[in-house]
Design a protein around this ligand. Structure first.
Ligand SMILES: N[C@@H](CCC(=O)N[C@@H](CS)C(=O)NCC(=O)O)C(=O)O
Length: 323
């Protein structure tokens, strides 16, 4: 989760920016083509044409993996999983347990994929990446858009006829995904990568104010957008699942643990116990990815043994799927 990059004479392990107040700002992704069911975008949703590159440790890539599972697109979209630990040349392919080498471009480093799509590319080399075998190029490297394409544009090819972006909830889903992005999904990084006390305290305060708010909302309803599972829940899950094992200690987001929030903790267990979520979770890749790749935060690369968390602990199981 960290590849070296020299910006303004300051070595930034994660390829992103800090402003003069020490606040972390993500550099936007740049490959933003869009696949459509009818191909009107120039890229048609088809079986066996697209290949997904992910890291199991990365929360953004995790979104796309969960959606691929929930929709039952495993025979439609193939996947490669990089080695959990970022090398000094960025993401690398290996046959480490849980990793899947690149069967399409046979790359050693993910950077080769970016340069194959654009030989002049000098930006961040991030996961997830959606590759097009037909045009030999990157379609998109923005998780929110890849998740949406799998949900909506590949719906006809999906074996699971489930809709996590139903028409009557679309506006609310987009508003909720926006509402949790800055304080929670990016918030943990804003706290963890802050290089000033002020920037850190700003981020961590906003983070817990937002978690407190969702704790109350989830005491009154099952999911973020009411009583049906939606894309917004996938976006919240990937941060909550990593929280007590990584963000609490590694990123100093330690006012409370998720297990200290009765409704957020129950919600997290409930999602985790959905098989399509559980099969995409790999705490070993997550912990080694964060603790061994970010040497500016964890110089000795020691991976903590704890905490011991039982995500299979009983929870109030609900009828989760929106048919
Ligand atoms: N906005 C992107 C963010 C992707 C991202 O930051 N991925 C991280 C891993 S969690 C990465 O690959 N970082 C490598 C780098 O920045 O060099 C998305 O949502 O897809």
């Amino acid at each position: 989760m960290a590849s070296g990059m020299m910006v303004a004479g300051k070595w930034l392990a994660d390829g992103n920016e800090r402003n003069q107040n020490g606040e972390f700002h993500e550099i936007p992704t740049t490959f933003r083509h869009y696949i459509t069911a009818d191909g009107s975008s120039g890229f048609k949703a088809e079986t066996g044409r697209y290949h997904l590159y992910v890291a199991l440790g990365c929360p953004w890539a995790h979104r796309t993996l969960i959606m691929r599972e929930i929709k039952g697109l495993y025979d439609v979209i193939s996947v490669a999983i990089v080695d959990p630990i970022m090398s000094d040349k960025g993401w690398m392919f290996s046959d480490a347990p849980g990793s899947i080498p690149d069967s399409v471009n046979h790359a050693k480093y993910l950077q080769e994929i970016y340069l194959k799509a654009n030989p002049k590319y000098t930006g961040r080399v991030t996961v997830p990446v959606l590759w097009d075998r037909q045009n030999q190029t990157i379609i998109n490297n923005e998780s929110r858009e890849i998740m949406r394409m799998f949900d909506v544009e590949f719906a006809e090819l999906a074996t699971q006829k489930i809709n996590l972006y139903p028409p009557e909830l679309q506006q609310q889903i987009d508003e909720v995904i926006d509402a949790i992005y800055t304080p929670i999904n990016a918030g943990v990084y804003r706290a963890g990568f802050a290089t000033s006390q002020v920037a850190y305290e700003q981020a961590v305060t906003e983070l817990f104010e937002s978690l407190d708010k969702w704790e109350i909302i989830l005491s009154k309803q099952r999911y973020l957008c009411g009583n049906f599972l939606t894309e917004a829940d996938i976006c919240m899950f990937v941060t909550l699942y990593r929280f007590d094992s990584v963000y609490y200690s590694h990123f100093k987001c330690n006012l409370r643990r998720i297990i200290d929030y009765p409704h957020l903790w129950n919600y997290l267990k409930k999602l985790y116990q959905i098989l399509e979520f559980k099969v995409t979770c790999n705490l070993d890749h997550i912990k080694r990815g964060y603790y061994m790749s970010m040497t500016d935060i964890n110089p000795n690369r020691i991976v903590p043994k704890g905490p011991i968390i039982d995500f299979d602990e009983p929870c109030d199981r609900m009828n989760v799927l929106h048919k």
